[in-house]
Design a protein around this ligand. Structure first.
Ligand code: HPA
Ligand code: ZN
Length: 327
């Protein structure tokens, strides 16, 4: 079949990628050595062996531990540059990268160190790789509303370096409503707004993300199928769902790729596309997500491949002229 080649070579956008989740074990060890950080793992192999997750929280615990080696501006640059080089090689022409400032500022890393390092890689990707990239600042939802407001305030001097805000980390017990006022302020500031909802959380969290946060995309959103009225609403409004198949398997949201609901989401007319979420932890970057998902689900073919790529551009925050060029 020529399907894998089509999936890998087609131009596409990546809209759900946590840059801290692109940190490969090899780079974690290199940065640990460079910064004199001692890791609780003896080797790259021992660290990778710990990547056996049972749910979102079991992943987040290791993901935040991995990020502990990021201290200097150069560390943030190196991490983002490594991802953007991979993206270019996968024919990703546009990438919107999530970053989690609180994971770093709570360890004493100044927010300008984080943003400067990432922004430098994003800028260089445009000129040297031909990849248009942008940053989306995520609030950690297990932390307080006050902490999110403080992070927003601290980031505002670097407002030009991020296009929007998102909401990530532990979903259950931290509904979108907790951040209604923070998101209202972000919208006043002209920032794009997105939120993780319906990964582990119920369809009610997707409704809240739409009604209370006015989210412009739903990250994951795969649990929407439990609520037919919600599916209607998402389809009628062309609300994008940034689906992450390998992530869903590794975090036990679905038992197997063969049982993933991506075909049903597309059949329902939803604006879904495939993304990699945390590729260093979940076993593959965007093209591997596509190839493995299509291999496991024979009802997906060239038509769906084209639809996913088209949806990825439609759902992006690139300007209209750029979108016209890709679509
Ligand atoms: N869900 C919530 N928070 C996250 C994720 C995710 O898939 N990846 C990194 N932070
Ligand atoms: Zn995510």
């Amino acid at each position: 079949s020529r399907l894998p080649a089509l999936l890998c070579t087609m131009p596409k956008a990546e809209l759900h990628l946590h840059i801290e989740g692109s940190l490969e074990p090899e780079l974690i060890f290199r940065l640990a050595e460079r910064n004199g950080v001692t890791l609780p793992y003896a080797s790259v192999e021992a660290l990778r062996a710990a990547y056996a997750f049972t749910d979102l929280q079991s992943f987040l615990d290791i993901y935040y531990a991995g990020a502990s080696v990021l201290l200097q501006e150069a560390d943030f640059f190196d991490m983002a540059w490594a991802y953007l080089e991979k993206a270019a090689a996968e024919n990703i022409v546009h990438a919107e990268l999530f970053f989690d400032p609180q994971t770093h500022t709570d360890r004493g890393v100044p927010i300008d160190v984080v943003i400067r390092g990432l922004a430098r890689a994003v800028e260089r990707a445009r000129t040297e790789l031909g990849v248009s990239a942008a940053l989306i600042l995520c609030f950690l939802r297990h932390l307080s509303e006050a902490a999110a407001f403080g992070t927003l305030e601290a980031a505002l001097p670097w407002r030009e370096h991020f296009i929007g805000v998102g909401l990530d980390s532990s979903e259950l017990g931290h509904p979108p409503s907790k951040f209604e006022r923070v998101f209202a302020r972000c919208r006043e500031l002209g920032l794009h707004v997105v939120a993780h909802a319906g990964e582990e959380g119920p369809p009610a969290y997707i409704h809240e993300a739409l009604d209370l946060l006015h989210s412009e995309r739903i990250d994951h959103g795969v649990r929407c199928l439990e609520d037919p009225a919600l599916v209607q609403r998402l389809a009628a409004s062309r609300m994008p769902l940034t689906v992450c198949p390998l992530s869903n398997i590794k975090l036990c949201v679905f038992d197997s790729l063969a049982g993933h609901n991506l075909p049903a989401l597309l059949d329902a007319g939803l604006c879904a596309m495939v993304n990699s979420d945390d590729p260093a932890y979940f076993g593959g970057y965007l093209n591997q997500n596509l190839v493995e998902t299509f291999a496991a689900l024979p009802q997906l073919g060239a038509r769906q491949a084209w639809q996913l790529a088209s949806n990825s551009f439609e759902a992006s925050f690139a300007d209209a002229a750029e979108k016209a060029r890709w679509q």
